[in-house]
Design a protein around this ligand. Structure first.
Ligand SMILES: Cc1ncc(COP(=O)(O)O)c(C=O)c1O
Length: 479
């Protein structure tokens, strides 16, 4: 410890001992990542470990070794999404490289609410790369956020305030009857944003989908016309690039045309699908995404940035800033010094204090390059098609939705079983695979039927992993 450190602070007294603990933790973390393909997919936290966590608030610290041991003891009890046979929900699988970036971010302990410091320039560069990747204009603005739910909230706040006028920020929504439109397959975070923004989730019209689970443009046009005739104020269309149940991509180009013709804002939820813009094969399916007024997507899904990190892009920087900018005196900018710098993130989102999430995103782009992400997206889609074919070829299985991208929804059939029995059978198969540690698919409902849902946003998955999953489902089906 140098003489300048005040006694009684939180820095180690024994830096050599501290370094040993830190290096031990780094080795354990790297061992964990290096062995990510081995062993069980998911292991629940043992009862004694749960009990061990339920200690009284420590009045006295136990030191760095005890703290490091406690952290290390948790390593095997994650969600399982670092394993190649994790297929549940939509989770990215993380990278060892991000461990390095997280160490640097922790050492800097930067607050990215604003001001003029290195981390701000990194976030700006990440947003700029994303703007270019997604085909947004140079004038667009953006922010690195916790995930698509937060990105959606920020985008919808910008469009709400544009539609109702900026005085809404002070006066509230009053009796306004704003209505928005999305497909019945849209993620629940959009309805949640309507709720949080005081619009009410009933103001979000769910437009029916076609056989490929894509929004039906004609039904959208009719709904808008009906709402206008009823005196409501349509303001927003939400398209999805990769719907959470089956991976469907709405006809974004057509939605952009309808939005332009009707004077509505087009928001795209590209939580995982937007990263398809990195692939020359997938990009054509996303045609129209670049015409959106706003886009929400995640780095922690198909780009595998370690949790959590997402992004919002907004075409009109002015609409974006006007929805959030309002700085009290103590946050005033300055022409020089630490409080200098234009575009403070606090003026573009609800959070004042913000961590350095952007560094791990920057690190992933720098380490791997965007073409690699594109290639991995394509590989996952090929793998989904492969699994889909295996399901279709099996008489005792039923594919419940076309494989549009990276998700396979299917179920096991059993002679004589009624609808409820089939639901129970398939739910039980998923639970057994998870509990056995063999694989971790999840479930959803397709047309009312319980589906085994296999989502492949996993850079560690091989075809062999899909064979292991398929064989395990078959075995359970015949058990
Ligand atoms: C299509 C879609 N939209 C939004 C979300 C919510 O994203 P997040 O969990 O990053 O907030 C998800 C999550 O799975 C999703 O799949």
């Amino acid at each position: 410890m140098t003489a300048e450190h005040a006694a009684g602070g939180l820095d180690p007294e024994d830096w050599e001992g501290f370094r040993k603990e830190a290096h031990a933790m780094l080795d354990a973390a790297l061992d964990r990542m290096q062995g990510a393909c081995d062993g069980r997919v998911w292991t629940p936290l043992p009862e004694d470990a749960k009990a061990g966590l339920q200690e009284a608030l420590p009045r006295q610290g136990r030191g760095v070794a005890a703290m490091r041991e406690g952290c290390e003891a948790l390593l095997d009890y994650g969600v399982g999404n670092t394993h190649p046979r994790f297929f549940g929900w939509v989770h990215g699988s993380g990278t060892p490289g991000n461990i390095i970036a997280e160490i640097a971010a922790a050492a800097m302990n930067a607050n990215l609410g604003g001001r003029d410091h290195g981390a701000i320039y990194v976030e700006r560069q990440v947003v700029e790369w994303c703007r270019a990747l997604m085909g947004f204009p140079e004038s667009a603005s953006g922010l690195v956020v916790s995930g698509t739910s937060m990105a959606t909230l920020i985008a919808l706040k910008a469009v709400r305030d544009r539609a109702l006028g900026i005085e809404t920020r002070r006066a509230g929504c009053g009796a306004a009857r704003l209505v928005g439109y999305c497909s019945s397959e849209t993620h629940a975070c959009v309805a949640r944003a309507f709720d949080i923004l005081g619009l009410g989730s009933d103001a979000l019209r769910l437009i029916p989908v076609d056989a490929a689970f894509r929004m039906q443009p004609e039904a959208l046009r009719e709904a808008i016309a009906k709402d206008r005739a009823d005196g409501a104020q349509p303001f927003l269309i939400v398209g999805t690039a990769g719907a959470v149940n089956v991976g469907a991509i709405d006809p974004l180009d057509t939605l952009a045309e309808i939005a332009a013709a009707e004077g509505l804002w087009l928001h795209v939820d590209g939580a995982f699908g937007a990263i398809g813009m990195a692939s020359t094969k997938i990009k054509p399916q996303l045609c129209g995404l670049e015409r959106a007024d706003s886009l929400a997507f995640d780095f922690h899904k198909w780009m595998h940035v370690n949790y959590d990190a997402g992004c919002v892009l907004i075409r009109s920087e002015e609409d974006h800033r006007r929805a959030f900018a309002a700085r009290p005196d103590y946050l005033a900018g300055a022409p020089r010094g630490l409080a200098a710098g234009d575009r403070w993130p606090v003026d573009y989102g609800p959070e004042l204090s913000r961590g350095f999430r952007a560094l791990k995103v920057w690190a992933s782009f720098v380490e791997h390059g965007v073409d690699r992400f594109g290639a991995l997206v394509e590989r996952n889609c090929t793998q989904a098609a492969y699994l889909g074919h295996r399901v279709e070829a099996a008489p005792e299985m039923e594919l419940l939705a076309p494989v549009a991208l990276n998700i396979v929804c299917f179920r096991v059939l059993r002679d004589g079983a009624d609808a409820a029995a089939l639901d129970a059978l398939n739910a039980e198969i998923v639970l057994r695979l998870q509990e056995a540690g063999i694989a971790a698919p999840s479930t959803t409902r397709i047309g009312g039927k319980l589906a085994i849902r296999v989502n492949i946003t996993n850079h560690r998955t091989s075809e062999r992993d899909l064979d292991i999953l398929f064989d395990a489902v078959m075995k359970e089906a015949h058990a």
